[in-house]
Design a protein around this ligand. Sequence first.
Ligand code: BG6
Length: 491
Amino acid sequence: MNKFPENFFWGGATAANQLEGGWDANGKGVSTADCCTQGSLNQPRLVTFKTKEGEIRAEEMFHFDAPEGAEFGCFDNYVYPTHRAVDFFTHYKEDIALFAEMGFKMFRFSINWTRIFPLGDEILPNEKGLQFYDDVLDELAKYNIEPLVTLSHFETPVGLVNKWGAWKDQRTIECFERYVATVGERYKGKINYWLTFNELNGIESGPWGAAGLPMTDKQIIANAAKNQLVASAKAVQLLHEIDPDNKIGNMTAFGVGYPNTSNPKDVFKTWQKYNESYWCGDVQVRGYYPSFKLKEYKREGIDLFLTNEEQETLKNGTVDFITFSYYMTNNVSSDPQVIEDSAGNFMGGVKNPYLKASEWGWQIDPIGLRIALNYMYDRYQLPIMVVENGLGARDKLEDNGTCHDSYRIDYLKEHICEMSKAIEEDGVELLGYTAWGCIDIVSASTGEMDKRYGFIYVNYQDNGLGKGERYRKDSFNWYKKVIETNGEVLG
Ligand code: BG6
């Protein structure tokens, strides 16, 4: 018997660039995600740009150093999956009705900054962009679905990248503040739960996605991360001022790791690995940098240029609740001979012989979620939401429109079960659970449709076929029952 609190937020999660499409509709500008090409399990996603000399080039999304003066954008002969994504832009009513049919209490989505400020640095917002989210919010309100809104989910305006290097430059903080003030005022009373940046701690392994940085320079990444942390703190303050009922959370990519052996060196390395998950949350919850991160910067010769004013801002902009994504775990080894052959959203690692993995190499570990919940709760003592969790898999749409995804049901069932233990047996204050990609969307790391997470199958294929029809998978009815019984019946 599972016990979830009354009013538990069961729901699903998405991000604008992976969901909406309509990439240039109604005056929307180009975001960093819009310049990323379609990839696959074996083919990396690329970021496209034009060099000063006029040459069109593309580099691997996760780690690249673009030449000085590169202009980022979209060019002929490349396929950009976010441009259509799954066309929520025109299907939002139908999709929200399906979420309501499953009984969603909460829907996590992000506002695409470039719908509101197309280049990022305008003074006045784009009214049509604002109207789109009004429509979405009204539709959610119709079904009493609580919105959980991410302000920035891998969607920095390319205008700011080309102008001054996006988050590398402090002027981006001001632009972000204007954007937050605009959406905060406009949707006052309609949105009560906000997240500032998605997986801010991913900036070191994915600087382009997280902050529009086309480079691997650690000094620049550290300063861009500081700018985002300051912007996050300012957003918290602003949203509290606009509406004291606003609750603002942070969002961390949480990577649980196990020592590969009981060798203390492996145990110590594992502790260090955890700090990759903690350092941003530490700043956002406590209001100051953790000592281990400051020492790390010092060792690496990085200067944070942290002013008194910035320290004050961080102190005054701490979050009300914490959230994280959880997909997999990896082992950690201090032995350079041990091969890191296991994958993950940001953090790879060593394979664990006790765990099975998805086709994309992400190891499936439900107990790891209970561990993550306990670690986070012990450290911060704030209410938590798990805002991403799920299984990316290749689904088969049958001729009669059914899709038998028992593997997804198994994955979710086991993770939900561990969540309930964290609540019941360990006392973790868990507010909600939004399953990732509740409707099939474009994968963030590989930019493909083939890696699906949804309860709803969307008939768009990577080869260009499909008209975007929506179908209920087996997991749709299963999740409906889970919500109906508040997690008591996991089937
Ligand atoms: C998280 C991101 O890291 O992982 C999402 O916040 C992403 O945007 C999710 O979609 C799953 O990753 P992927 O690559 O399977 O889509």
